[in-house]
Design a protein around this ligand. Sequence first.
Ligand code: HEC
Length: 216
Amino acid sequence: MSLKSLTKAALIVFGAAVLFGCRGSESKKPPIHLNPNMDLQEKYKPQEQSRFFEDGGTMRMPVEGTIPMGDQYLRNGADYLKADSEYYKGLDANGTPIDKMPSIERLGFKSTDALLARGKERYEIYCTPCHGSLGDGNGLVAQRGFPNVVNIATPDYKAPLGQIYKAINQGGAVMPSYAYQIKVKDRWAIVAYVKVLQKAAADPAYANAAAETGNK
Ligand code: HEC
């Protein structure tokens, strides 16, 4: 082989190495950064893990009591602090369930009828699948095997109103929280309707109603 063709061959090998050699190979070293600017820098991304913060998360919770700034958020008397634990959680300052309803004015219903009608409607959407339309815990999902669904209508179930509210707001051991689906005023409306179911269950005619609805 002449020197010329040898140089040629060497050049081809070198060119191929440059072209393909750097592809696909992994390296633990940081990439060569010829122009050090702020395009590339250490930063946190949302949802990323952090080894700096104790809870292991990058995203920080707002400081307790933080309220959004700005006129548009403060319209309609929005209550961002939600400091009224009885109203928002159904619990008093010690965390004990209360046993009274907020006034229907505060809840924003025109009448008790409107409150109960709304409660019935919401109950039938969200609670019937498990607790049954009579509240006896015999809904279709329970019949299909959802465990431990409580009979909340029976006179044996003696829970203060705040406890029923809390079940909707926070859920239970296996019952999910319905706080996202059901607004505060509607939660209280459901609580009132559960009270109606309890009154009904204490009535002897209840057994007939239960038989008629097929206990669903
Ligand atoms: C997916 C099934 C399911 C749905 C839907 C459901 N629950 Fe429950 N609920 C349960 C189960 C199971 C329990 C008992 C065990 C527990 O606490 O998780 C329970 C318990 C309760 C209790 C008793 C809690 C206590 O501590 O005294 C109340 C009151 C109650 N539910 C009300 C409701 C209301 C009101 C709704 C509708 C907004 C509802 N549940 C929707 C399954 C359900």
